[in-house]
Design a protein around this ligand. Structure first.
Ligand code: MG
Length: 169
């Protein structure tokens, strides 16, 4: 059967942090604040996979009070969740993600983000879409106080997976 999942995340900018989006480090003076590397795009994609499985969320699997995930590489967290999905016989069909960012412009990094996210999930970059939109100056995101990300994932799981209620955490 096919299952759909959605993910959403938001992080604020802070000085002295690296900006990592979709596993790609973007050179600029401020990055996003978070317990892990604060890769907001990666977090939204990870939550979309977990959502498709009705398997909790990234905070449940990788608590932000757990020192193991301090400054964690979020691509590695996505890799772990994708492995968990495969262990249930799941296959990621495609992911579509949108960054909500006034700055920086990410178009020139999108191909590398798609490749990194795809590799972490064990799928081709052709199955991963990364888009971005600005906020037209509206609200906190429009003032470039942070970046948010939305993602949806379509996952094929064995029909039998429904029998366990689709919840495993
Ligand atoms: Mg996050």
């Amino acid at each position: 059967m096919l299952r759909i999942g959605q993910g959403y995340d938001i992080h604020r900018f802070a000085p002295g942090r690296a900006l990592v989006l979709g596993g790609v480090t973007i050179p600029q003076p401020t990055g996003l604040l978070g317990h892990s590397d604060a890769d907001v795009l990666c977090h939204a994609v990870t939550d979309a996979l977990l959502g498709a499985l009705a398997d909790g969320d990234i905070g449940a699997h990788f608590p932000d009070h757990d020192p193991r995930w301090k400054d964690a590489d979020s691509i590695e967290l996505l890799r772990q969740v994708a492995a968990r999905l495969r262990a249930r016989g799941g296959v990621v069909q495609n992911v579509d993600a949108t960054l909500l960012a006034e700055a920086p412009r990410i178009a020139k990094y999108a191909a590398e983000m798609r490749a990194k996210l795809g590799a972490a999930m064990g799928i081709s970059a052709a199955r991963v879409s990364v888009k971005a939109t600005t906020l037209e100056g509206l609200g906190a995101l429009g003032r470039a106080e942070g970046i948010a990300a939305l993602a949806v994932a379509l996952v094929e799981v064995p029909d039998a997976d429904e029998d366990n209620g689709g919840v495993s955490s």
